[in-house]
Design a protein around this ligand. Structure first.
Ligand code: TXA
Ligand code: MG
Length: 351
């Protein structure tokens, strides 16, 4: 598969011509990567089986891993779902447009390829203006997974998309870096007790409050490949750079101490190590490849720079990435730890 991947530049002013060209490619059944507030997505007409198949092919994505359908209004959902449950309606009022994906029962017009054969469909109304314009101008709803090769860290810039998918997709709309940096919160409202299938910026507490204090289920186990899980995507390798990842979790000074011990051990084995640090631990390590994901007290910075940092260290050809996991795990921090634990080959907890 070798395609000539076009790049369209669209700044804050939302230039019409490149957006129209990109929208035309989508309307004609092509694949276009575009920015959203969470990460870049790889879009295609959600109701066109052939178009959607190209997404799976470009990413090397397993066919049973369903896609999120992106809409530009609540109206756009109507043909896709059997009904909009009361709880979904409350969530849409409060969090749409924004980083929340809602799973509902689907109608027959949504093809099996889009939902991986499930009888539910995941829907999101993104907040990014470029994403909204592309959906509107194409006149389609857009199936769009994160625009990375399957298994790699999600892309937060057009450069990441190009590194993974150049030659495999029809176009990329470059609209600057993603502001949140982590994928949307995914919530399933098809059963009596709603369930978070993937944590994100919108926290469980916010969701519970929005649906009138109803308890929302959340299971943060890392699932082995063989298990049947509610969200098929949970069982696959995720967010993995080429290098091995060791996550050291715990209180700041204990984490720094353990990383120093690990470094000595790895040096003896001649392994080239890169560190993903916090601003607070940066001064403890000099002369080693490192990347800071921000202050340990500001998990929103860790969210924004996590995937960026993993990709950046990978480009420096390290064999092992050790991550300082001493940052705040509240709010969006919980979602950062969820991604890191999935990316990690080894998790060390210290006190
Ligand atoms: O922020 C985001 O959600 C980004 C941007 C581009 O919108 N998209 C994204 O898509 O992260 P993707 O495909 O990388 O992740 C979608 C997740 C997967 O874990 C998938 O298994 C789950 O949502 N999912 C999709 N449809 C589902 C369904 N019907 N039932 C259960 N899980 C579903
Ligand atoms: Mg993804």
């Amino acid at each position: 598969m070798t395609k000539e991947t076009k790049i369209f530049y669209v700044s804050g002013k939302l230039e019409s011509a490149p957006l129209d060209e990109a929208a035309k490619i989508l309307a004609q059944g092509g694949t276009v990567a575009f920015p959203t507030e969470t990460v870049y997505g790889l879009g295609a007409d959600a109701l066109d089986e052939k178009a959607v198949m190209q997404i799976f092919e470009a990413k090397g994505r397993p066919a049973d891993n369903p896609l999120i359908v992106h809409v530009a209004s609540r109206e756009d959902c109507k043909p896709l779902v059997l009904d909009i449950p009361e709880k979904a309606s409350l969530l849409m009022d409060r969090f749409w447009p924004g980083p929340l994906t809602i799973i509902m029962e689907r109608t027959d017009i949504v093809p099996d390829v889009t939902t991986g054969g499930l009888d539910t469909v995941a829907i999101r109304f993104p907040e990014n203006q470029i994403a909204i314009e592309l959906i509107k101008r194409s006149g389609k709803t857009l199936a769009a997974p994160s625009a990375n090769l399957s298994g790699k860290p999600s892309p937060t810039s057009s450069g990441h998309v190009i590194a993974d998918l150049s030659g495999r997709i029809d176009a990329v709309v470059d609209g600057g870096d993603a502001t949140i940096g982590l994928e949307s919160t995914v919530i399933d409202v098809t059963s009596e007790i709603p369930a978070i299938l993937r944590p994100g910026k919108i926290s469980r507490e916010e969701l519970e409050e929005c649906v009138g204090g109803v308890k929302i289920a959340y299971d943060d186990k890392v699932h082995p490949e063989s298990e049947t899980v509610r969200s098929p995507g949970m069982k696959y390798t995720h967010y993995s750079p080429r290098a091995g990842v060791i996550l050291v979790e715990g209180e700041h000074s204990a984490v720094v101490k353990r990383i120093k011990e690990l470094l000595e051990d790895l040096n003896m084995r001649d392994a080239k190590t890169g560190l993903m640090l916090t601003d607070e631990s940066e001064n403890d390590f000099s002369g080693i490849e490192s990347f800071s994901i921000g202050s340990k007290n500001k998990p929103e910075q860790a969210a924004k720079y996590l995937f960026f940092g993993l990709r950046d260290l990978d480009l420096r050809n390290v064999d092992i990435i050790i991550v300082d996991g001493s940052f705040d795990s509240r709010g969006i921090g919980a979602a950062v730890f969820n991604r890191l634990r999935k990316a990690a080959d080894m998790i060390i907890k210290v006190q």
